[in-house]
Design a protein around this ligand. Sequence first.
Ligand code: ADP
Ligand code: MG
Ligand code: MG
Length: 924
Amino acid sequence: MAKVIKKNTKAAKRKTSASANTPKKFVYFFGNGKADGNRTMKDTLGGKGAGLAEMTNAGLPVPPGFTISTDACNIYYANKAKLPENIETEMVAALRKLEKTAGAQLGSEEKPLLVSVRSGAKFSMPGMMDTILNLGLNDKTVEGLKAWTGNGRFAFDSYRRFIQMFGSVVLEIPKSAFEHEFQSVKHARKAALDTDLDEAALREVVAKYKKVVRDNTRRDFPQDPMEQLRGARNAVFRSWNNARAKEYRRIYDIPDSIGTAVNVQMMVFGNTGDRSGTGVGFTRNPATGAKEFFGEFLINAQGEDVVAGIRTPQPISELERVMPKAYKQLREITTRLERNYKDIQDFEFTIQDETLYMLQTRSGKRTGYAAVVIATDLVKEKLVTPKEALLLVDPEALSQLLAPGFDAKEWKQHETVTRGLPASPGAACGKAVFTADTAVEWTNRGEPVILVRRETVPDDIHGMWVAQGVLTATGGMTSHAAVVGRQMGKPSIVGAGELRIDEHGRSFTVKGKTVKEGDYVAFDGLTGEVKLAKVASQPSEILQVVTGKMKPADSPIYQRFSQLLEWTDKFRRLGVRANADQPDQAELAYAFGARGIGLCRTEHMFFGEGRIPIVQRMILADNEADRRAALNELLPMQRDDFYGVFKAMKGTAVTIRTIDPPLHEFLPKREELMVEIATMEAKGQKGRGLEEKRTLLGRVEQLHEFNPMLGHRGVRLGITYPEITEMQTRAIIEAACRLNKEGLKVVPEIMIPLVGDVRELRDQKAIVERVADEVMKQQGVKIKYLIGTMIEVPRGALTADEVATEAQFFSFGTNDLTQMTFGFSRDDVGKFLRIYQDKKILEKDPFATFDAAGTGQLVAMGVEKGRRARPDLKVGICGEHGGDPSSIHFFHKVGLDYVSCSPYRVPVARLAAAQAALSVKVGD
Ligand code: ADP
Ligand code: MG
Ligand code: MG
């Protein structure tokens, strides 16, 4: 304790002295081979700014500039959309330094400096925020630029681009207003491509654009470059809070509070003519992970053109032919970047008159499939160690690999109507819809959809998220749809150029066939094939191997997948178990690497074939003898279930929970019974049938509870009906004895749910011990077994030291614990949760991501008190949170022994547990 306090005061001192002597810095310069920042400063500089700084320090050709920090963004918001004087001054100082470095001045008519104003948050959010190019141009500087470069076409091409970007981003004029004018000039001049327009045509475009600005804002286009700069900078800050950026952050769990940085950077020009161009690329294939240089570029173009899908870009291999020197340099630089960052890089470049400039580098977004391939390849290439490789894979990516594919036989039977670019692998099948809103609407009513678009724009993100797959007619492998699709693990095909899409008419045609809204479309994102059919799916390749339908040797991806998971076992401290009730689920969990079952819900077995009537007879019995008779019928069935589960788990720990839900869940619904009885009476029916229904209804009414979740359930049932606990114990111990005789040693863990007071557990423990002794005597075998409890009632956690005197293990039931700690009913929370999240009362759904701050205190306390009373207490968690990566970090930190989750989440949990062990120490 003393240590902690000392540490805190030290830190506090450092903070005060730092803020007293050095005023906080908000603007970071990069240029002349040296940067104020570096790659570790993403929090302050954003990902883009940190990357630009790092590349500058590495001596790469990066246009100079400066980054205004994310802190400034937060101040901007706190300060009613204004930056304080000191930050303005700092920015102007950085601008002067940039002008010196560039040998040009903002607003100069001889040598005008032009800059880009680029957004860039800590986490990349492709296309969600805004960027403005060619800032600094006005009616005078554009002529200066022409005179300086001797290239009037280029000068006016840059100016029209600037007015359009500034007009839409800063002045909030709809893009279509500009687009309309641009098309009319192109049309009048019979120009097929933007590049066909000459200087005179572009002058005309500029004049029309200025009129659009005047008509829309009742002001002339701002001519003062400083006003332009401040306007653009503030608009970038504002774009942090546009609707699509917010939606993106919600999907990816990025905090709203971190803000964006703004990068102001000297322009270099890809639009000066045929010896210039711009492009984007990846050091490896981001869809498949294959080690191939991958990318696209456009000659005589500026940045946005490639991703916007205006002209179809050329594959990067073509660059080798047209500008071999620049191509070679680009390969060298990007290979170096990959080695430096030890990860696949996604880069942006511009070539101005054959000189290469790097504009961005970052770790590339990739599919789950590619993530596994790249991580294992990088180890093979000795670029990273297995430990580093584990940190390169998002645990969720592994669940993408388990998603189903098409049934191969059925897939072959349908005709391929067209092929597009395979942007993101996976099988997708659903009904065609043509807008993102429709996609959401239809999905909400339970219909699978394929979102079909000419091209997707960043605003479509909500529709992409819910769709089974995304299909576009234009765009390349690096277009917005492709990038976002890959990141989401959403099957995607882009650039399916044969599709004629009529978005207004909600249909498309391909090869003479018309597909209307609601018609089925299926596609394979790995091959790019599109079919017009409803095609059944089949389990993923990995699942086929795991279930023995395919040999590991025949599946390279399975080999990589299991290699990666084997590495996790070396580094993780947490055990991973599964929640499984049936032998087949247990087998699957074992094959995925679960070593143990953390929760076997015995009541699920009651719902098995032919059992419900027996269970109902047990419940309806109004005396103990009848109840015992029914339980005796259930006994052999439960015993067989347990036998199967134990066997599937090959002697690893199996925790079996005694009956938990309120009994009425096994009976018909009250309302339904009433209707049935009324109908029978109306029809004049009499006799035993009717009488039985009436008895049933009477019992249902007796069992009716106002708050069943807080009612007669869990240990309370075992206490009122000890015969149930007796039967279940007998079934467990008999199954274990039988296996012991067969040579498989199993150690059952019998778990009593919902204990809030040690005396409840004591009551049940006495029953379990008595019956277990009896059975062992009868069988003539002695086996080891444990008795423990779930900690899911807050009082259980608060008195964990007492409970632990009777329990050999604890398992935190975080579903109920969360429910009772918040006082939120799990089944009703949906009605208000979204509103809570919108109002920022809750950031996350506490039933999906564990509430470490609140409910976590009960867990920490439970562990601490429990272990104090019984040092060898085994502690685990078996709520839904056991498969959630960020929750797993918490469970690692508080020192649990294992997490337990559904079989399909086991791979995710293994990886998350390893990452937790590699990044946080227990007790930190
Ligand atoms: P995004 O985050 O949406 O990719 P960027 O800020 O990276 O936005 O800008 C998009 C594109 O604009 C870049 O890929 C690049 O081609 C172009 N661009 C940005 N800044 C400059 C610059 N200083 N010179 C030339 N092109 C630039
Ligand atoms: Mg970019
Ligand atoms: Mg529970």
